[in-house]
Design a protein around this ligand. Structure first.
Ligand code: IMP
Length: 183
């Protein structure tokens, strides 16, 4: 099944039923790994909102949930692209932190995020990502302990992920259809 999002065509890649099954398994693993602790789940907005909502329904241990945003803006040529964590309201000192992200692509965003959050001296920090593109990663993320799906280098939308701000509401995940080159 093909769909149109803005000016791009996409085809079905991962159905919601499959997503739910993986989330159930990750939930079971988290319940075991964090038994007796009270972790803080930090959803990275906007992309993680559906993933985090479904994941939290599988969590049975006592836990807190909060959200952050990573603002991204162009610095001057010496600083390059600068990312900053905004909106963090909880004190993370001595807390067990689980960052919940939609996708780790190059890993640049997650690398910045981990560097900033580690300065707040949490007891532990783990990353839970819905999708990972291993072939695209430029930074090794040691904390990437929970991954629902590894995918190839396709551009994807749906289930929280957007293309030009659109498509976050789609229940399933779709990949961009490669356009044959005209030459
Ligand atoms: P990274 O810094 O390259 O790892 O990219 C992280 C961010 O880029 C993600 O949080 C997404 O917002 C966005 N991104 C990367 N790949 C995709 C994709 O295939 N579809 C939609 N957004 C993506």
């Amino acid at each position: 099944m093909k769909i149109q999002v803005d000016d791009k065509e996409f085809e079905l890649m991962i159905e919601y039923e499959q997503i739910k099954k993986r989330i159930r398994l990750i939930g079971i693993q988290l319940n075991v790994d964090y038994e007796g602790r009270v972790p803080v789940f930090i959803g990275v907005l906007n992309g993680s909102f559906l993933f985090l909502a479904d994941l939290m329904k599988e969590i049975e241990i006592a836990s807190e949930v909060t959200f952050i945003k990573v603002s991204s803006y162009e610095g001057d040529s010496s600083t390059g692209r600068v990312k900053k964590v905004i909106g963090l309201e909880l004190d993370l000192r001595k807390r067990d932190v689980i960052i919940v992200e939609d996708i780790v692509d190059t890993g640049i965003t997650m690398d910045h995020l981990l560097t900033e959050l580690k300065q707040l001296e949490p007891a532990s920090i783990a990353v839970c990502s819905l999708l990972v593109k291993p072939q695209s990663m430029q930074h090794e993320i040691e904390e990437l302990d929970y991954v629902a799906f590894e995918i190839p280098n396709d551009f994807v939308v749906g289930y929280g992920l957007d293309y030009n701000g659109l498509g976050r509401n789609l229940k399933d995940i779709y990949r961009a259809v490669a356009v044959p080159s005209e030459t």
